[in-house]
Design a protein around this ligand. Structure first.
Ligand SMILES: [Zn+2]
Length: 331
């Protein structure tokens, strides 16, 4: 049985150097004309990564925004686009361009012995507003070589494209863990040829992963990967869609990938999914099982596409399941 390799501490280079320098530079009081100051501030803001860290026991979990993409409301299934749009508008989440801004969050887990990524983002496959992971890692002093493992929730393009950049593994020392059923599904040549347009990038990305990632570990079932990280069966969104539970010191965080998309839809509507789901009934069944269970367990949850940093809980309010974002913790 394969578990995640431990790497010597000397390979870990977690510093906050870049961020500190950036803030220091912004804090000087040089006299400049307002337009130049505004321009400089805009450049600085664009260059800074969007990250948020919190502790789960002694483990540091950092949410990193890989970027975003505007998506039409018609991409959601199970309800008419107008009904979905109204639900977003009621939460002030309908953009002026008539679309939903979907974010992509990647998670960095630092357990003191190793650095582990959950998913790898969209890279440039999602266009100019995605693929910020590598810049963000550089900004917090994490070299790609220091990543011990990448745990994949599923093989859609927005989760695996960052594994292979320009034909080479982006994290050369990492073992990449993914459910066997997703590998089988997304590398099936017959399915790849018959895939609808919006799924083609996922089949292409999966082909790049199996060709270029040297240490791909396919798993079949729930099990522990380290003392603190274990696989959770969340099949439904894709054939091998998986969650990861981070647990330490009596606290835990369940990273659920694409089980929830936005508070306008989830957890209230388990019948609403997304057009990328090959088996909508299986996806709905996963949501029907997970949402009440998570509410019962009062589980802290992280989801890729929920508004950044995507961490919160499913709570029961007057018989209805709703999303309660986790309060920001300082220090
Ligand atoms: Zn996704």
């Amino acid at each position: 049985m394969t578990s995640i390799t431990r790497r010597p501490l000397s390979q870990r280079t977690l510093t906050r150097r870049s961020l500190t320098l950036g803030l220091g530079a912004a804090a000087t009081f040089t006299a400049v004309s307002p337009p130049a100051a505004v321009e400089a501030a805009a450049r600085t803001a664009a260059a800074l990564p969007t990250i948020a860290s919190r502790k789960v026991g002694a483990i540091e979990v950092t949410a990193i925004s890989d970027g975003f993409m505007d998506v039409p409301f018609g991409v959601f299934t199970g309800a008419p686009a107008a009904e979905v749009e109204a639900a977003f508008a009621a939460r002030f989440a309908r953009r002026p361009n008539g679309m939903h801004q979907m974010g992509f969050t990647v998670w960095l887990i630092d357990d003191g012995e190793r650095l582990v990524l959950i998913d790898s983002g969209f890279a440039s496959v999602g266009g100019p507003t995605t693929g910020r992971l590598m810049t963000a890692l550089a900004a917090i002093g994490v070299e790609p070589q220091a990543i011990s493992a990448v745990l994949i929730t599923h093989m859609h393009a927005d989760h695996i494209s960052g594994l292979v950049i320009a034909g080479r593994p982006a994290f050369p020392n990492a073992e990449v863990f993914v459910h066997r059923d997703d590998v089988t599904y997304f590398t099936d040549p017959v399915r790849a040829r018959a895939a609808p347009e919006l799924l083609k990038s996922s089949f292409d990305a999966a082909a790049r992963v199996v060709t270029s990632v040297p240490r791909l570990q396919r798993f079949d079932r729930e099990r522990a990967l380290t003392r603190a990280i274990s696989i959770v069966d969340l099949r439904g969104h894709t054939p091998g869609h998986s969650g990861y539970r981070i647990a330490d010191g009596g606290e835990s965080l369940l990273i659920v990938g694409d089980a929830l998309f936005h508070p306008a839809l989830h957890p209230a509507r388990t019948d609403i999914g997304i057009a990328f789901e090959p088996d909508p009934a299986a996806a709905a069944a996963m949501r029907q099982r997970l949402f009440p269970q998570a509410a019962e367990e009062r589980a802290l949850i992280a989801a890729t596409h929920m508004p950044f940093p995507g961490i919160g809980r499913i709570v029961r309010d007057s018989g209805q399941l709703t999303w309660a974002p986790a309060d920001w913790e300082l220090g």
